[in-house]
Design a protein around this ligand. Structure first.
Ligand code: ADP
Ligand code: MG
Length: 355
């Protein structure tokens, strides 16, 4: 597929489509404040990865984002994008090359959806044909009908639609880095889950380097390749994959932050495809069915809802092939530490089931 064709870097962009980001001993002191908002923050985000910054209010998440695109000045340390210091770039240029999505999305109310998305390509001097093709492509990418939604004004959209247009606008010039500050924070839970799923699908295609801020640990676990947990005072508590955080929280603060139900949450990271299922052994499959694509956590809920009865796991082409059985005992056995493989690891490492 070559749908992203119109965005191939040929203009002034100095970066590939996704670039590594590195914070080196970053320090931020606001004028007149006794304590620094960020005393000394170092972390690296690989090109094409989603890094989630999570932490309590006031822990410096927004500050870190604004330092990256130079909306506010660094007090110490350095930030490298694609190996180049952001301090060597003109802030205005840098900001055109970094997509930025915030909670109250800030679409221009007097511009149509198409015009909003075209903002940065226009600033970069793209010709109108290339810009128009890119806008159409992005609207399709976020699942919106260009003919229907393109001519509308932001006030004629739902909150969720506005947020999606905001994401499209941030992606318009194919930036090597996207900064997303609580992008779905103001959206109701159901639409929020849709937006999260949609963003993950989008990210699987565009593979941007993303820094995503949230105060919601469940959102962090769902969205992040790696999660940086900040504590009060802007200090990094732990930087690890979701599975590592849920298995090995480094201290009480992190354990408390990821939640007492972390064993259950960990079950949400794996699907039944990761589990060694029990075989039917010639028995008649029960009518209680669960898809092999369900998370282990959802399967456990389904077993409990069925009063503890075993479930038939179905999948394959057409989705109705019987693949095996899961029982309460099997799923319960996965709850302990080490009960499930790290989903990042290769599937062959799945442990033998004891049942
Ligand atoms: P978060 O996004 O994690 O809630 P912020 O980055 O907004 O946290 O804030 C981190 C700390 O810096 C807080 O103590 C906040 O009060 C302080 N702070 C943020 N912006 C400013 C500012 N413009 N001037 C002074 N202090 C600020
Ligand atoms: Mg904030």
């Amino acid at each position: 597929m070559n749908r992203l064709h119109t965005a191939r870097p040929e203009g002034p962009s100095a970066y590939p489509q996704a670039a590594e980001l590195e914070l080196r001993h970053v320090q931020k002191r606001y004028p007149g404040q006794r304590e620094p908002a960020i005393p000394d923050l170092s972390l690296k985000v690989e090109a094409g990865e989603v890094c989630v910054l999570v932490g309590p209010s006031g822990s410096g998440k927004t500050t870190a984002m604004r330092l990256i695109n130079r909306m506010i000045p660094l007090s110490g340390g350095d930030i490298l994008l694609g190996g180049r210091s952001v301090l060597d770039r003109k802030p205005v240029e840098l900001r055109r090359e970094i997509g930025y999505v915030i909670q109250q999305i800030g679409l221009f109310p007097h511009l149509t959806v198409r015009e909003n998305i075209a903002t940065v390509p226009k600033l970069l001097g793209w010709d109108s044909q290339r810009t128009a093709a890119r806008v159409t492509e992005l609207l399709e990418l976020i699942g919106m009908d260009p003919a229907e939604v393109g001519p509308r004004y932001p006030s004629q959209l739902s909150g969720g639609q506005r947020q999606r247009v905001g994401v499209a606008r941030a992606l318009a010039a194919d930036p090597p880095l996207m900064l997303m500050d609580e992008p779905f924070g103001a959206i109701d839970p159901i639409n929020r889950a849709h937006l999260q799923d949609e963003f993950l699908r989008l990210q699987a295609r565009v593979r941007k380097t993303v820094v995503f801020v949230t105060h919601d640990i469940d959102e962090a676990i769902k969205m992040g390749d790696r999660i940086a947990i900040l504590r009060q005072g802007g200090r990094l508590a732990q930087y690890a994959t979701p599975a590592e955080l849920l298995t090995d929280p480094i201290d009480e603060f992190v354990a408390e932050f990821v939640g007492r139900d972390r064993a259950l949450k960990r079950l949400g990271l794996s699907t039944l495809a990761d589990v060694k299922l029990l075989s039917l052994n010639g028995a008649e499959p029960s009518d209680n069915r669960v898809a092999v694509t369900a998370t282990v956590r959802d399967a456990l809920s389904a077993v409990l809802a069925a009063g503890g009865a075993p479930l038939t796991v179905v999948g394959g082409e057409g989705g109705d092939q019987v693949l095996g059985v899961v029982t309460l005992e099997l799923l319960g056995g996965l709850l302990g530490d080490g009960g499930l493989p790290d989903p990042e690891a290769t599937p062959e490492t799945a442990p033998e089931s004891s049942a």
